[in-house]
Design a protein around this ligand. Structure first.
Ligand SMILES: Cc1cc2nc3c(=O)[nH]c(=O)nc-3n(C[C@H](O)[C@H](O)[C@H](O)COP(=O)(O)O)c2cc1C
Length: 369
């Protein structure tokens, strides 16, 4: 895909692999030495990717087994690059041959075919598949483990599916304990069931549905971020927009802040337990591109899955005539539940990079005994 598959300056990740190729993998470089890490850490995050409920996910249910190929010695990171991969097993490319010349509306097929002269691996969406988030989630597993050594926790969950949304204010404990309990990844378990009905209904109609993933990062110290041009919100938004199907990212009150007056939007400073805090978090924990010590609050809008079986207009690129497409194959009727761990991973990777850059995470974690 030409260059552009890496992110980060100190904690860098390079993603590789396609949906129907042999593997999906990632190289993490710059992870400090001395972090305890095993394949089980990566497995735990990958297991969160696919809800154990066949009603709301695609029929492509793969038990991804990660392999760590380098950068670990006697259970700890060494400071050398960490290469990781999973094999693609449940691959059936037949449905894609049939629509090779019929670009799916809403998917990347058309611009990718033009940009890469038709050489791109279009099977299963190739490099544009949601499957590629496996690489991000593996890197995110390392970032999350690293951040946890410094008490930073990144928690994503579903806020809404279509028009069904939970307006509940969740405590951190509730999010931590409940976010992966329901297949829809909503910590409000009553609303989670309603969301599931909405997804099942969409699938029955040959349709798909979108939603909103919310993410909160807690205990990020004050002063993380490098303006300009690497302000924390800019880098987080960039990473999140690289998660397929993300169409909007907002921090704190986001677009809602445009309707307020300064006295309503400003977060007033207060002393809490002897420390500086703010009484509200309308800014989502970021001021001037720097973390301000309050929870970083992000909302991500996920579009409805492009591949739907309902008939849609498209064009036949081999004849240059109008055509119609009904997409077959293994597709998620709603991407939102699977996007939750990907959002968590994207945020964790950027925070790990910026915390190293700002000097909050050293390059070596202690001394080996
Ligand atoms: C976890 C995940 C799973 C996805 N599954 C599907 C799918 O089954 N079918 C599909 O058409 N799109 C799926 N997508 C969305 C497409 O990959 C995405 O819409 C497409 O690459 C175009 O990119 P864009 O939406 O960011 O513009 C998925 C995305 C994610 C994050």
């Amino acid at each position: 895909m030409l260059a552009g598959n890496s992110t980060g300056k100190e904690f860098t990740i390079t993603s590789f692999g396609e949906s129907h190729g042999k593997i999906v993998g990632v190289v993490v470089d710059g992870c400090p030495a001395g972090l305890p890490l095993t394949e089980a850490d990566i497995q735990a995050e990958l297991d969160r990717r696919i809800p154990a409920d066949p009603k709301i996910v695609s029929a492509r249910i793969e038990k991804d087994k990660p392999r760590i190929l380098s950068g670990i010695f006697e259970g700890f990171t060494t400071g050398a690059p960490i290469a990781m991969l999973v094999e693609n097993k449940e691959v059936d490319s037949a449905d894609y041959k049939a629509i090779k010349d019929l670009p799916r509306p809403g998917h990347a097929d058309y611009p990718a075919r033009i940009k890469y002269g038709g050489f791109n691996d279009y099977r299963g969406g190739g490099r544009f598949s949601g499957r590629v988030t496996v690489a991000l989630i593996m890197a995110g597993a390392i970032a999350k483990k690293l951040l946890s050594q410094f008490d930073v926790d990144v928690l994503a969950y579903t806020r809404s599916v279509g028009k069904t949304r939970s307006d509940k204010k969740f405590s951190i404990q509730e999010i931590r304990g409940n976010r992966y309990k329901a297949a829809t990844r909503c910590p409000d378990l009553t609303c989670a069931e309603k969301m599931e009905e909405v997804i099942v209904e969409a699938r029955k109609e040959g349709e798909s549905i979108g939603g909103v993933v919310e993410c909160i990062a807690v205990n990020v110290p004050v002063g993380v971020g490098e303006p300009m041009f690497d302000s924390l919100d800019a880098d987080l938004a960039k990473a999140l927009f690289n998660v397929p199907a993300v169409k909007a990212v907002e921090f704190g009150l986001g677009f809602g802040i445009a309707e307020l007056k300064g006295s309503e939007s400003n977060d007033a400073y207060v002393i809490q337990d002897g420390k500086v805090a703010t009484s509200t978090d309308n800014m989502g924990g970021i001021l001037g591109g720097l973390s301000n010590g309050m929870p970083i609050l992000i909302r991500v809008a996920i579009k409805p899955t492009p591949s739907i079986s309902a008939k849609q207009k498209t064009v036949d690129l081999s004849t240059m005539e109008d055509s119609v497409i009904s997409v077959k194959g293994k597709h998620d009727p709603c991407v939102v539940p699977k996007a939750v761990p990907a959002v968590e991973a994207a945020v964790a990777v950027i925070l790990a990079d910026h915390m190293i850059r700002a000097g909050f995470i050293p390059k070596v974690l202690g001394n080996k005994k």
